[in-house]
Design a protein around this ligand. Structure first.
Ligand SMILES: [Zn+2]
Length: 292
């Protein structure tokens, strides 16, 4: 997951207004109609009109898996606007026949037929996600511990009354994924060993299959391979090469780069346990080697 820029609601709304000055008024009209009807119901949506706000905030990366997607020149087709709290219904997750191996010792919440319809046009309920994370996995799921919050409650009130199991690194209301998820080599794992932080990290890793998608593992392996070699260049006899390597490391671990959370964890390991970092480098080299 990405570390999201921390924005207040006013700052986020200002960015939306800069993209489309009339959007919030149109969106409010739609939201009011849903609240009057007690459900989400419309033929065509307008949330994609402000998609670029979130593409920019997320450096064109998927909020959940940190893959780099196409930017504005590639238009917007690789990004979905994802509703963190589902707008039309909430389905049971994990669904036993689709995910028989996912068994938790805690409840993951009950489904309902109306979802969080009043948040369909709340910009604080949005992020951009890739189709693998949004269409294939997020869908209408929203696992929580305990009961769901009351209808038409604002997000801040819902956050106080519900315990979402998925991390949402969105603005001032969300979570910093680095407080929950770390990486051992290419593998995402909970930073904490027990309690709610461990549960939320594990559910998020399971939910988005963060350790089971070859495109993510390969992305992380390539990042580690590059980072390992760049770290070695910081010991080069040429001071200019050393400086260039340090600049490259700053870029590799910055939010603009793919799989930056994995890169940051690997850089930390390279400092604390160089032997382990070397072994992981050999592992990723084997992983990336063509098989034929
Ligand atoms: Zn994704």
């Amino acid at each position: 997951m990405i570390r999201y820029a921390v924005l207040s609601k006013a700052e986020l709304e200002a960015r939306v207004d800069a993209v489309d000055a009339g959007w919030r008024t149109r969106a409010a009209g739609r939201r009011d109609a849903f609240i009057a009807a007690g459900k989400f119901n419309e033929e065509s949506s307008i949330w994609s009109d402000v998609k670029t706000v979130f593409m920019d905030l997320q450096y064109d990366k998927c909020v959940f898996c940190e893959r780099v997607l196409g930017g504005k020149l590639a238009r917007k087709s690789e990004h979905d606007v994802e509703h963190f709290r589902p707008k039309g219904r909430v389905m049971n997750w994990p669904y036993p026949s689709r995910m028989p191996k996912l068994i938790y010792t805690f409840s993951t919440g009950l489904p309902n037929s109306t979802g969080y319809y009043w948040l369909a046009y709340d910009v604080e309920n949005y992020a951009c996600a890739c189709k693998g994370c949004n269409s294939d996995r997020k869908r209408d799921y929203f696992p929580i511990l305990g009961p769901r919050g009351a209808a038409v409650a604002a997000i801040a009130a819902l956050n106080a009354s519900e315990i979402p199991l998925l991390l949402f690194p969105h603005g001032s209301l969300g979570d910093d994924p680095q407080d929950y998820i770390t990486f051992e080599g290419v593998i995402a794992k909970p930073l904490h060993q027990a309690g709610l932080p461990q549960q939320r990290a594990q559910v998020t890793i399971d939910f988005f299959s963060l350790n089971d998608r070859e495109e993510l593992l390969a992305d992380r392996a390539r990042v580690i391979r590059e980072l390992f070699k760049t770290i070695r260049l910081t010991d080069d006899p040429d001071p200019q090469m050393q400086a260039a390597a340090r600049r490259d490391i700053d870029t590799i671990i910055s939010n603009v780069s793919p799989q930056a959370a994995c890169a940051r964890a690997y850089l930390s390991l390279a400092k604390s346990d160089p032997q382990k970092a070397w072994e992981i480098y050999l592992d990723v080299q084997r992983y990336l080697k063509p098989s034929n």
